[in-house]
Design a protein around this ligand. Sequence first.
Ligand code: OX2
Length: 836
Amino acid sequence: VEASIPEPQREAWRKYTPKPFTTPEEFGNEAVRHVETTLARSLYNCDETAAYGGTALAFRDRLVLDWNKTQQNQTFADQKRIYYLSLEFLMGRALDNAMLNVGQKETATKGLSNLGFRIEDIISQEHDAALGNGGLGRLAACFLDSMASLNYPAWGYGLRYRYGIFKQEIIDGYQVEVPDYWLDFNPWEFQRHDITVDIQFYGQVNRWQDDEGKQQCSWEGGEIVQAVAFDVPIPGYATSTCNNLRLWGSKAATGEFDFQKFNSGEYESSVADQQRAETISAVLYPNDNLERGKELRLKQQYFWCAASLNDIVRRFKKTGRSWKEFPNQIAIQLNDTHPTLAIPELQRILVDIEGLEWDDAWSIVQKTFGYTNHTVLPEALEKWSVPLMQHLLPRHLQIIYDINLNFLQFVERNFPKDRDLLGRVSIIEESTPKMVRMAYLALIGSHKVNGVAELHSDLIRTTIFKDFVKIYGPDKFTNVTNGITPRRWLHQANPRLSELIASKLDGFGYLKDLTLLHKLEAFVDDKEFRKEFREIKYANKVKLAKLIKDTTGDTVNPASLFDIQVKRMHEYKRQQLNIFGVIHRYLKIKSMSDEEKKKLVPRVSVFGGKAAPGYWMAKTVIHLINQVGKVVNHDKDVGDLLKVIFLEDYNVSKAEIICPASDISEHISTAGTEASGTSNMKFCLNGGLIIGTCDGANIEITREVGEDNIFLFGNLAEDVEDLRHGHLYSHYQLDPDLANVFDTIQSGTFGDAGSFSALVNGIVEHGDYYLVSDDFASYIKTQEVIDEAYKNVEEWTTKMILTVSRMGFFSSDRCIDEYAESIWNVEPLVPKDEAA
Ligand code: OX2
């Protein structure tokens, strides 16, 4: 109260308050002022970097005004809020998104042009915010955009990594990792020097009885690290709602402890403490769908969960409500199991610090949390060793054991005759060492568990969480099929298509209700529309061809069929199947007559994606793709008929160029392994067709676009287990075309055969876990169907248009409304001046 301007002076404040720019001149004023004052650069020293800085700061000012207002409104309204906890937010660039969301891109384009700059050049100065690995982190970013656009009161909580996902360079055909230091100029964050939380690690637990004979616990000693808040504004599209993403950075605590050290002359060791504390938020772990049990990772997880919960609880306590209202005010969503420690942490706060009874606290905890599972791959399911947890978080381990005890007693009461069940569902795995199963803890501590596509949600109910469906009943489990934000993935990435659609649909309303796209079907026979649609696709391919030229030096013909697979490199995603198919095509071309060649559709096979630095097999596949490219791209017999491109350093801003430029994209995981996939949606939304397996969201995409508009192949998830079993217990006959591909690799055509022997042997001798050999023939056949279909330009155009018009379901807006309704029980808070 004391910190606010007194009533009589508020009129003056309102008069002085900055007004948002609306004309190119006003924008120019702001941008130049920032270049000259904030950045201290002059007319004679303003390059594109400085112009980016001025532009970003001008837009930041705009966002901040909305942001302040939104936060104030949300505090006054005092209704239920969403807290989305994610270790990854793969945001990409912010400027273009900010300009489009506040509806001032044209203003800035003109203003910059007056100053002699092209807006594309300015936008591309920005460093990607790459605080994520792949789909999981990008999903979190799309959700932030949707929550703000739909006016949900929501905050994201994450870590402020100093180094995001590494930059990938390809040197001599091999991946080389380069650190991604992205913070030297980041105008989008605000350090909140006043918002810090002390986070404790190690130490021991003391138990005693208080005067009333009640058991008390306290966690003492150990070391303290300070969490500092950095806030990032998240503007909604066509609304003044601007939400907050709070990222925690780590610092040494500035308590007495350090001060003493410092004064007693231990300068060096206190600096060392500082550095040790800062390593907690130093680097994003570069693994996608893989957990490696590193102590520093567990420290990151606790650091971030504890800081976020402290913040959430502090805000709740200011409202003066009683604890049992906590779940009516707060929904916390766990993005995979990475934030699971938030569950025992909230229980600890409520019981040890706030003095609630265990059962009352536990009921609050369960009602507050929801857990989203993103994978069934065993190597990605998090487990932490009990001794490690005992050492780092002794009180939390006790709490986990107590949660487990109560849970197992509950199970025993309800299923008294099933002894094996207790061992199977225990949070503690009885191995050496014992392990804490984080997915079970997340599930038990939440009121809802969801998968991310229908097949995936069915799979978790029937495989990894089968016993829990029996224990809790089916209602605890639900599905929310993933989605993507059409603002970034259509409007921003493909402005011409977005414009064309708006011209047919009476404006851009469809960007806020993507189901309106269905109205495009009425134009499927409109000649002019079809022609423009094709021209746009072609222009996007020209743009990608330029990116390929600039980064690899290779020339590709935009009239070719562009066949694209971009995603993290992983055996389950089967880039190896794709490159074996490419080799097969190469061999076929080599054996063709000139007459036969004339009938062939020229193809460009584009790959992109990072391999985890320690994932040797994934790196081998990158190497093979590059080696195949070297041979094929310079083979005179082949010419334009086939080009093989590996685009280095695939990231969000490259995806914005790539997704609009595909004819076909590949989503070819072994059935049952890809929980959803989200790039499949991005490609379709931009008029690209899909070759894919019956996996993840491909199945629902098929349901929406119709079987005629997608190219499916391969075995079904239900048959995978038997097929694997078959490989292990009998010798199988390799498809002759695949055998031929392997012979070619082994003959040294693509360089040292030895480099690729593990890849080939994994399939030929070691059980072919990902069923490449089982799906190869149908993959090749389907690629031939695609070649034929592509020759028929008219039919292909129809498929493209129908696909786009049927993608309405896959907006992340639809997903967020589903979460809000079925999991969070939260309503939007529409800004006053926007209420209908
Ligand atoms: C990914 C899944 O692999 C992908 O299928 C899904 O689309 C994405 O999450 C968003 O739900 N790490 N990354 C994922 O899961 C995990 C674990």
